[in-house]
Design a protein around this ligand. Sequence first.
Ligand code: UT7
Length: 319
Amino acid sequence: MNGLHILGTGRALPANIVTNDDLALRVETSDEWIVSRTGIRERRFATHETLTQLAVEAARAALERAGVSPQELGLCLTATVSPDCATPSQACLIHQALHLPEDCPAFDLSAGCTGFLYAMETSAALLPRMARPYALLVGGELLSRITDMDDRSTCIIFGDGVGAAVVKADPDAPWFARLGARGCREVLWAPGPGQAEHPYLHMNGQEVFKFALETVPKLARELLDQAGLDKDQVDWYVPHQANHRIVESVAKRLKVPLDRFYENIERYGNTSAGTIPIALDEMAERGLLKPGQWIMCLGFGAGLTWGGALFQWQAREER
Ligand code: UT7
């Protein structure tokens, strides 16, 4: 089945907290509007941290919790659209900082907010062919780098943050995953380096909202069918944190109580490829994830892309 176990997770957030009131000093908006339309109360915007610094902090925490040393890694993947360099890849910068072995390939994946799901499924497919069965997966962004702080339709929603996971390939691990894409530049895009005089993210929020509601409930049902599980057998739904109203509508459409969906958008905003690994790390730290529980991660975003994974939780292995 080419399954995965998540052995350990980590996260790192920039220190600088920016509240809705802070943003209202710059653009015409209000705490009331942002909370009621998105669920967000505050987010982090990096002042001095680089993506590499945050990624390495998150990665070290994940490796420690997994009980895996950097030398044991067989693959290093990073999902991001806001790397420190266009090249080398963000994954190679992490590889350098952690002194990973030379037979541990490293590369980035660009799948917008679905990036971490793409990284999980790519590692499930590749790991059996690698020198060692452990992968470091990093998902995260410094979106403040590519967000126009004078554009109230984007600056209120996005934030900076990184999550990481150390996974192990296990052919016996139950693992159900689906990835999809519908090539579409217009709805959510950012120009490449040096390509525009307005080098920021452009988003048609309403179109992304509609796309999410069309895609995510269907994706969840497909994963349940694939696994032969009922929606009530899933212990935790871990959705991409794009907007609280999207999560609420997805829960309603699936007829699953909202409290089965983990949410932290209130504190971090939408950190794109970072939201799912950051959420998993918080859940693990809070003791919400127990061995054997069924977890469904659901992502969607620029591309347009979507992806989901349904698996059983199993933290650090005894070795
Ligand atoms: O992670 C994947 C990528 N992104 C997403 O998933 C985002 C999905 N979309 C969304 O979360 C929402 O579309 C937004 C939060 C971005 C916008 O919320 P909305 O309810 O779709 O607002 P809207 O764009 O329909 O705008 C409604 C009104 C407009 O005013 P009028 O034309 O009705 O007078 C906007 O000009 O709200 C106005 N508006 C604002 N007002 C105060 C738009 N942004 C703001 C703002 N503060 N920040």
